[in-house]
Design a protein around this ligand. Structure first.
Ligand code: HEM
Ligand code: HEM
Length: 161
């Protein structure tokens, strides 16, 4: 089992975080473009719509890369003194975060390229669940740092292969 995360894993974690944040902040263009696609069958090539599609595809590729590193190396153990229930919650959160980091862009791609409204609905629900889980994940990171006073937050900052 590794002691921590590599530099590449840490860069990927924060880069993917920044790109996902951008997707949430700049979604107006794609939402409008998608409504017009469903209505007229025409692709809107406005800058914001194209940005959403390309950033989303980049996220998907980076997540596949990130997961392949994790599958090869495994993950560092959580602190021994951490309550079992918290460890379980952290593991489950990480698994569902990975699933959503794939489901959100894949449902978006199907919605956009097949003009599928049902895939659009899946995309909207999945992105909302992603947002809630990221909130839980963030709360967990703060809890580790300020309540348990562990080195877990540190691990996603300083490489320790
Ligand atoms: C992790 C990556 C992605 C995130 C976090 C994300 C996030 C979002 C958000 C927040 C919205 C606004 C939903 C709303 O209006 O309530 C949206 C809409 C949309 N996104 Fe994405 N997206 C991602 C990837 C993609 C990809 C790769 C595509 C493929 C082209 C895509 C296509 C769409 C479409 C078509 C809509 C409009 C759906 C609708 O209004 O029903 N998204 N996305
Ligand atoms: C889009 C947002 C985010 C996603 C999808 C995400 C996802 C993940 C995942 C899947 C892991 C497990 C390790 C791995 O396989 O890479 C992880 C670890 C971690 N994340 Fe995030 N994260 C996000 C944002 C944040 C934020 C905002 C913080 C804190 C400010 C944070 C702090 C951490 C820490 C400290 C770890 C290490 C946990 C450990 O060592 O067990 N993450 N993140």
């Amino acid at each position: 089992m590794p002691n921590g995360y590599t530099r590449t894993q840490i860069i990927l974690h924060w880069l993917i975080f920044a790109l996902i944040a951008a997707q949430f902040i700049f979604h107006d263009g794609i939402s409008e473009a998608f409504r017009s696609l469903v209505r007229t069958g025409e692709f809107d090539r406005s800058l914001l719509a194209v940005q959403h599609v390309f950033t989303g595809i980049a996220i998907l590729l980076l997540v596949v890369w990130r997961f392949s590193i994790k599958a090869r190396r495994g993950a560092p153990a959580l602190p021994d003194e951490e309550p079992k229930l918290l460890k379980l919650t952290a593991h489950l959160t990480h698994i569902v975060l990975y699933l959503l980091m794939v489901l959100v862009p894949v449902s978006g791609l199907i919605a956009w390229f097949l003009a599928s409204q049902s895939a659009g609905e899946v995309h909207e629900i999945a992105k909302s669940v992603l947002l809630v889980l990221v909130g839980l994940h963030f709360a967990g990171a703060l809890f580790q740092k300020f309540v348990l006073k562990s080195n877990v937050m540190e691990r996603m900052v300083r490489p320790n292969p």
